[in-house]
Design a protein around this ligand. Sequence first.
Ligand SMILES: NC(=O)C1=CN([C@@H]2O[C@H](COP(=O)(O)OP(=O)(O)OC[C@H]3O[C@@H](n4cnc5c(N)ncnc54)[C@H](OP(=O)(O)O)[C@@H]3O)[C@@H](O)[C@H]2O)C=CC1
Ligand SMILES: CC(=O)N[C@@H](CCC(=O)OP(=O)(O)O)C(=O)O
Length: 304
Amino acid sequence: MASRIFIDGDAGTTGLEIRERLASRADIEIVAIPAEKRKDVEAKRALLATVDVAILCLPDDAAKETVALCDALGPKAPRILDASTAHRVAPGWVYGFPELCAGQAVAIAKAPRVANVGCYATGAIALLRPLVDAGLIAPDQALAINAVSGYSGGGRQMIEAYEKGAAPAFELYALGLDHKHLPEITAYARLATRPLFVPSVGNFRQGMLVSIPLHLDALPGKPRAADLDAAYRRHYAGAPHVRVMEPPSGGRIDALALNGSDDMELFVVANEARRHTVLVARLDNLGKGASGAAVQNLDLMIGA
Ligand SMILES: NC(=O)C1=CN([C@@H]2O[C@H](COP(=O)(O)OP(=O)(O)OC[C@H]3O[C@@H](n4cnc5c(N)ncnc54)[C@H](OP(=O)(O)O)[C@@H]3O)[C@@H](O)[C@H]2O)C=CC1
Ligand SMILES: CC(=O)N[C@@H](CCC(=O)OP(=O)(O)O)C(=O)O
């Protein structure tokens, strides 16, 4: 029997992308609230009681409201996959990043409530966690993470601002140094010291790079860049959506090259003579950074 899925927030950027990815699936029945009632609490409550999984593609406060509606349904509550930031480090929720560590995909498959990983966090944790687990980065290492995203990462309002020419071509933001992805990056990369995170947004719709510069001599055991690359290859062997790449021959990495894909690529670029390296993750913020990851998690949850 097909799994019944309700996408709460299906008119938004992430919701629409998920709907498109699921539209042709015979094993999934998408159920929806008529557009004019899409924020109506009673209509939501009634539908939630009839579905297997609710996927929340809402601002954080609205996601919390829908979770409260589910709580009130008791045994009739659907399983939840929340794409917002609201529950990523909350007790009782499983973090929706199947490649995080051995056992994470199984935990997602069984979980009643899964918090889909954040877009920047996907790149940052993918780069950091295997190296922390391998003892190549110390949990208390002083780290700085840089990133650039396409403007669709900011949802409908940012998309509208860029598309009417009312936004700068490129800017750094979150310069209060307290971006909303820092709690999940710190927790799931197993860091004891909160990293610095400097995101930026540019005048292109989608695409993302997350990069972490490191002095090799500041790392435990003073490894070679090849040791970091080898740790990634061990960690991601058999992961269908993550590829460890050779360093780019021209010394450049295009942020848009994975657009339209649900995969992520990792690079270890280095100047070994200088003992410098930069770890880079490339992804589509709407693909592996959001809707592609959500479908990957949903497939685990429904056993597809
Ligand atoms: N864009 C991205 O790259 C990523 C986004 N996310 C997360 O996904 C969530 C959605 O983001 P995104 O799709 O970008 O945002 P959008 O602003 O594009 O979409 C959000 C949608 O939710 C609707 N909405 C707001 N309140 C309610 C409600 N009470 N009931 C039903 N619908 C409601 C909005 O309608 P209206 O506009 O009319 O208010 C809008 O259609 C956010 O939490 C975001 O952090 C996660 C990963 C990446
Ligand atoms: C360009 C831009 O504004 N990006 C958003 C992050 C995208 C997003 O919504 O992230 P989640 O995966 O956590 O939902 C931001 O920095 O707030």
